[in-house]
Design a binder for this molecule. Structure first.
Ligand SMILES: [Zn+2]
Length: 78
């Protein structure tokens, strides 16, 4: 009985180590030290108040009530 419990404990530890290693590898792929879902502020998408398109905040232009994309299909500011 004790052998079975020991085996289960070893398996649980191994699974946790593999999951931790996979998470670390995925984090490195997404950027230095960044965790998935933790996007930099400039990569955050904002919605254009004129045409409704979603654009990265870094590319958007701040308008009175929100952001504008300034794209070709975007109506000019009144
Ligand atoms: Zn727009």
């Amino acid at each position: 009985m004790l052998k079975i419990l020991l085996l289960i404990a070893i398996i649980v530890v191994a699974v946790l180590l593999v999951r931790n290693a996979l998470r670390t590898a995925a984090g490195k792929r997404n950027g230095a030290g960044a965790t998935p879902g933790d996007a930099p502020a400039d990569a955050k998408l904002v919605r254009c108040v004129a045409c409704g398109a979603f654009v990265p905040k870094a590319d958007a232009v701040a308008a009175g009530t929100g952001y504008r994309c300034g794209g070709a299909g975007c109506p000019p500011k009144p």
